[in-house]
Design a protein. Structure first.
Length: 72
């Protein structure tokens, strides 16, 4: 009986663990200046990815620190 319950729980949890999020890159005409500052024109109109979750110590919880990623 324990085996059936365990297998059922695993069966329903696998799809949740396998979900992946994607970030869409934006094509730009001119390469951004790579100086560590985001004040370049290339970064201004890019929507940042903010949907990050923790891996440690609270697996699956929203990120404890504000994190943004922009991809061009």
């Amino acid at each position: 009986m324990k085996t059936i319950i365990l297998l059922t729980a695993l069966f329903f949890s696998v799809p949740v663990l396998c979900q992946t999020k994607t970030v869409q890159a934006v094509k730009i005409a001119k390469a951004p200046k790579m100086d560590g500052l985001l004040n370049d024109e290339a970064w201004m109109n890019i929507t940042p990815a903010t949907h990050f979750i923790q891996n440690y110590p609270d697996v699956g919880q929203p990120a404890s620190q504000k994190t943004e990623v922009k991809v061009v």
